[in-house]
Design a protein around this ligand. Sequence first.
Ligand code: GDP
Ligand code: MG
Length: 177
Amino acid sequence: YGDASQKIDYVFKVVLIGDSAVGKSQILSRFARNEFSLDSKATIGVEFQTRTLVIDHKSVKAQIWDTAGQERYRAVTSAYYRGAVGAMLVYDITKRQTFDHIPRWLEELRSHADKNIVIILVGNKTDLGDQRAVSTEDAKEFAEKEGLFFLETSALEATNIETAFLTVLTEIFNIVN
Ligand code: GDP
Ligand code: MG
Protein backbone atom coordinates (compact mmCIF):
# COMPACT_ATOMS: atom_id res chain seq x y z
CA TYR A 1 0.00 0.00 0.00
CA GLY A 2 2.15 2.81 -1.29
CA ASP A 3 5.85 3.35 -0.93
CA ALA A 4 6.54 6.82 0.45
CA SER A 5 10.03 6.93 -1.05
CA GLN A 6 8.97 6.60 -4.66
CA LYS A 7 8.71 9.55 -6.99
CA ILE A 8 5.23 10.53 -8.11
CA ASP A 9 4.56 10.85 -11.83
CA TYR A 10 0.89 11.82 -11.60
CA VAL A 11 -1.63 13.00 -9.03
CA PHE A 12 -5.26 12.31 -9.95
CA LYS A 13 -8.08 13.82 -7.93
CA VAL A 14 -11.17 11.62 -7.79
CA VAL A 15 -14.38 12.65 -5.98
CA LEU A 16 -16.93 10.41 -4.29
CA ILE A 17 -20.57 11.47 -4.55
CA GLY A 18 -23.99 10.02 -3.88
CA ASP A 19 -26.60 9.99 -1.11
CA SER A 20 -25.79 9.66 2.57
CA ALA A 21 -25.10 6.17 3.92
CA VAL A 22 -24.52 4.46 0.56
CA GLY A 23 -20.99 3.57 1.71
CA LYS A 24 -18.77 6.28 0.19
CA SER A 25 -16.55 6.65 3.26
CA GLN A 26 -16.20 2.89 3.70
CA ILE A 27 -15.35 2.45 0.01
CA LEU A 28 -12.60 5.02 0.48
CA SER A 29 -11.41 3.47 3.72
CA ARG A 30 -11.26 0.05 2.05
CA PHE A 31 -9.30 1.41 -0.88
CA ALA A 32 -6.90 3.69 1.01
CA ARG A 33 -6.26 1.65 4.17
CA ASN A 34 -7.92 -1.73 3.57
CA GLU A 35 -10.15 -1.05 6.55
CA PHE A 36 -13.92 -1.33 6.99
CA SER A 37 -16.20 -0.33 9.86
CA LEU A 38 -19.87 -1.30 10.24
CA ASP A 39 -20.73 1.66 12.48
CA SER A 40 -18.98 4.41 10.56
CA LYS A 41 -19.62 7.92 11.77
CA ALA A 42 -19.75 10.69 9.22
CA THR A 43 -16.14 11.52 8.48
CA ILE A 44 -15.37 14.86 9.99
CA GLY A 45 -12.49 17.03 8.91
CA VAL A 46 -10.93 14.51 6.57
CA GLU A 47 -10.99 15.98 3.09
CA PHE A 48 -9.24 13.25 1.18
CA GLN A 49 -7.10 10.15 1.46
CA THR A 50 -4.40 9.06 -0.91
CA ARG A 51 -2.93 5.85 -2.19
CA THR A 52 -0.11 5.51 -4.65
CA LEU A 53 -0.26 2.79 -7.29
CA VAL A 54 1.78 1.84 -10.31
CA ILE A 55 0.09 1.98 -13.70
CA ASP A 56 2.14 1.09 -16.76
CA HIS A 57 5.44 1.59 -14.83
CA LYS A 58 4.44 5.08 -13.66
CA SER A 59 3.56 5.96 -10.09
CA VAL A 60 0.12 7.47 -9.78
CA LYS A 61 -1.03 9.09 -6.57
CA ALA A 62 -4.80 8.77 -6.29
CA GLN A 63 -6.18 11.59 -4.15
CA ILE A 64 -9.71 10.51 -3.27
CA TRP A 65 -12.05 13.16 -1.87
CA ASP A 66 -14.88 12.30 0.48
CA THR A 67 -17.85 14.60 1.13
CA ALA A 68 -17.46 14.60 4.94
CA GLY A 69 -21.26 14.47 5.24
CA GLN A 70 -21.95 17.60 3.15
CA GLU A 71 -24.23 15.60 0.85
CA ARG A 72 -26.93 15.53 3.55
CA TYR A 73 -27.38 19.28 3.19
CA ARG A 74 -27.05 19.31 -0.62
CA ALA A 75 -24.12 21.65 -0.08
CA VAL A 76 -21.33 19.87 -1.87
CA THR A 77 -19.39 22.93 -2.93
CA SER A 78 -17.83 23.64 -6.28
CA ALA A 79 -14.41 23.58 -4.55
CA TYR A 80 -15.05 19.90 -3.99
CA TYR A 81 -15.23 19.26 -7.72
CA ARG A 82 -12.41 21.63 -8.69
CA GLY A 83 -9.56 19.84 -10.43
CA ALA A 84 -11.27 16.45 -10.27
CA VAL A 85 -10.39 14.18 -13.18
CA GLY A 86 -12.46 11.25 -11.95
CA ALA A 87 -15.71 10.65 -10.06
CA MET A 88 -17.32 7.71 -8.37
CA LEU A 89 -21.11 8.00 -8.29
CA VAL A 90 -22.32 5.66 -5.55
CA TYR A 91 -25.75 4.21 -4.70
CA ASP A 92 -26.83 1.41 -2.35
CA ILE A 93 -28.29 -1.62 -4.17
CA THR A 94 -30.70 -2.17 -1.25
CA LYS A 95 -32.12 1.40 -1.30
CA ARG A 96 -34.01 2.21 -4.49
CA GLN A 97 -34.12 5.93 -3.65
CA THR A 98 -30.34 6.21 -3.71
CA PHE A 99 -30.37 4.93 -7.31
CA ASP A 100 -33.29 7.19 -8.27
CA HIS A 101 -31.20 10.18 -7.12
CA ILE A 102 -28.29 9.29 -9.39
CA PRO A 103 -29.48 11.48 -12.31
CA ARG A 104 -29.47 14.49 -9.97
CA TRP A 105 -25.93 13.77 -8.81
CA LEU A 106 -24.86 13.28 -12.39
CA GLU A 107 -26.36 16.62 -13.35
CA GLU A 108 -24.61 18.34 -10.44
CA LEU A 109 -21.36 16.66 -11.39
CA ARG A 110 -21.66 17.67 -15.03
CA SER A 111 -22.45 21.27 -14.14
CA HIS A 112 -19.52 21.66 -11.72
CA ALA A 113 -16.78 19.38 -13.00
CA ASP A 114 -14.57 19.31 -16.07
CA LYS A 115 -16.46 17.99 -19.09
CA ASN A 116 -13.88 15.25 -19.68
CA ILE A 117 -14.16 13.85 -16.17
CA VAL A 118 -14.14 10.02 -16.04
CA ILE A 119 -17.18 8.72 -14.19
CA ILE A 120 -17.98 5.30 -12.76
CA LEU A 121 -21.41 4.35 -11.41
CA VAL A 122 -21.03 2.08 -8.38
CA GLY A 123 -23.79 -0.03 -6.82
CA ASN A 124 -22.48 -0.80 -3.32
CA LYS A 125 -23.45 -3.41 -0.65
CA THR A 126 -23.68 -6.50 -2.87
CA ASP A 127 -23.14 -8.55 0.30
CA LEU A 128 -26.78 -7.68 1.11
CA GLY A 129 -28.06 -9.42 -2.03
CA ASP A 130 -31.20 -10.72 -0.28
CA GLN A 131 -32.33 -7.09 0.19
CA ARG A 132 -31.56 -6.00 -3.36
CA ALA A 133 -33.87 -3.24 -4.65
CA VAL A 134 -32.00 -2.23 -7.84
CA SER A 135 -31.32 -4.81 -10.53
CA THR A 136 -27.91 -5.04 -12.15
CA GLU A 137 -29.59 -4.74 -15.55
CA ASP A 138 -31.33 -1.43 -14.75
CA ALA A 139 -28.10 0.11 -13.53
CA LYS A 140 -26.09 -1.24 -16.45
CA GLU A 141 -28.62 0.16 -18.91
CA PHE A 142 -28.53 3.59 -17.23
CA ALA A 143 -24.73 3.60 -17.23
CA GLU A 144 -24.57 2.70 -20.92
CA LYS A 145 -27.07 5.40 -21.83
CA GLU A 146 -25.06 8.01 -19.93
CA GLY A 147 -21.63 6.78 -21.01
CA LEU A 148 -20.46 5.78 -17.54
CA PHE A 149 -18.41 2.85 -16.40
CA PHE A 150 -20.35 0.58 -14.04
CA LEU A 151 -19.56 -1.94 -11.31
CA GLU A 152 -21.25 -3.40 -8.26
CA THR A 153 -19.15 -3.51 -5.10
CA SER A 154 -19.06 -4.48 -1.47
CA ALA A 155 -16.84 -2.40 0.78
CA LEU A 156 -17.58 -4.92 3.54
CA GLU A 157 -16.35 -7.91 1.55
CA ALA A 158 -13.80 -5.89 -0.44
CA THR A 159 -15.46 -6.97 -3.68
CA ASN A 160 -14.60 -4.89 -6.77
CA ILE A 161 -13.36 -1.88 -4.75
CA GLU A 162 -9.87 -2.18 -6.19
CA THR A 163 -11.26 -2.79 -9.69
CA ALA A 164 -13.59 0.21 -9.47
CA PHE A 165 -10.78 2.64 -8.64
CA LEU A 166 -8.41 1.00 -11.12
CA THR A 167 -11.01 1.34 -13.88
CA VAL A 168 -11.25 5.10 -13.30
CA LEU A 169 -7.53 5.68 -12.73
CA THR A 170 -6.45 3.63 -15.76
CA GLU A 171 -8.91 5.46 -18.00
CA ILE A 172 -7.62 8.84 -16.75
CA PHE A 173 -4.06 7.60 -17.23
CA ASN A 174 -4.83 6.61 -20.82
CA ILE A 175 -6.39 10.02 -21.52
CA VAL A 176 -3.33 11.95 -20.30
CA ASN A 177 -0.85 9.64 -22.04
P1 GDP B 1 -21.53 7.40 3.36
O1 GDP B 1 -22.50 8.25 4.12
O2 GDP B 1 -21.94 7.27 1.93
O3 GDP B 1 -20.11 7.83 3.53
O4 GDP B 1 -21.67 5.90 3.95
P2 GDP B 1 -20.72 5.17 5.01
O5 GDP B 1 -19.45 4.74 4.36
O6 GDP B 1 -20.62 5.97 6.24
O7 GDP B 1 -21.57 3.84 5.26
C1 GDP B 1 -22.90 3.92 5.77
C2 GDP B 1 -23.24 2.60 6.45
O8 GDP B 1 -23.24 1.54 5.50
C3 GDP B 1 -22.22 2.21 7.54
O9 GDP B 1 -22.91 1.56 8.57
C4 GDP B 1 -21.32 1.24 6.81
O10 GDP B 1 -20.70 0.33 7.68
C5 GDP B 1 -22.31 0.54 5.88
N1 GDP B 1 -21.67 0.01 4.66
C6 GDP B 1 -20.83 0.64 3.82
N2 GDP B 1 -20.45 -0.16 2.82
C7 GDP B 1 -21.08 -1.35 3.02
C8 GDP B 1 -21.09 -2.60 2.33
O11 GDP B 1 -20.46 -2.81 1.30
N3 GDP B 1 -21.90 -3.58 2.85
C9 GDP B 1 -22.63 -3.40 4.00
N4 GDP B 1 -23.37 -4.43 4.43
N5 GDP B 1 -22.63 -2.24 4.68
C10 GDP B 1 -21.86 -1.23 4.20
MG1 MG C 1 -19.37 9.50 4.51
